[in-house]
Design a protein around this ligand. Sequence first.
Ligand SMILES: N[C@@H]1[C@@H](O)[C@H](O)[C@@H](COP(=O)(O)O)O[C@@H]1O
Length: 251
Amino acid sequence: MQVLIAPSAAAVGRFAAGRIADVVRRRPDAVLGLATGSSPLDIYADLARQVAAGELDLSAVRAFALDEYIGLPPGHPQSYHEVIDREVVRPTGMDPAKVRVPNGFAEDLEAACEEFERELAEVGPVDVQILGVGTNGHIGFNEPMSSFASRTRVKRLTPATRQANARFFDSIDQVPELCLTQGIGTVMEAEELLLVAQGAAKAEAVARMVEGPVSSSCPASVLQFHPSATVIVDGPAASRLEFTDYYERLS
Ligand SMILES: N[C@@H]1[C@@H](O)[C@H](O)[C@@H](COP(=O)(O)O)O[C@@H]1O
């Protein structure tokens, strides 16, 4: 695992976007793994800036989102389908026909998970998977105690995650209780994992992920087993790390 400490939250996004842009310049139809949440927003903003400046073309990229709420109607502004469209696809000029989000509104959710996995197997592997980390160490919506072998499936959100995501809704009652998420086994098949975290609220999760034992009590710790995982954090998110001499500081 490579750990990089960036001088600011914005620099985390800029540096991660640079890595992704390099992959797409080498392979214009690269397969990207997209994450939602606040953590990757600076990445998407920087990619959009590069596209607007004519430095990057994302129109041939294929992309798969990590997760989706169950039960939000199509078009709901907080459904991840909408979030990905609004924050990633439209600003960066990706082709919506090449972007897949698990279908949380399917009548048969198991079949929707199988179809998502089938398509990922056909188009994949994912070249670069973008990840954030929850304060409880979750990746995607793989909450603590998720199996490291898990595939795309229905999961129940923990009260802590519903509370953390309530800021995107009018009240916590509106936050769905169930979701679809790529499994940890699914995520680990990506060629490269790029996890970003900013702010002191993530410091403990970052320390457990990077320096703690590999355990499903902190799902993100599985990144220690990935052959090509990079964690990019700002100073506050790095503040609980003990072995900082071993990590690279970006300038
Ligand atoms: N499902 C998402 C994750 O993909 C995200 O990485 C994490 C952290 O969110 P944030 O980046 O907003 O802190 O929790 C959310 O619930």
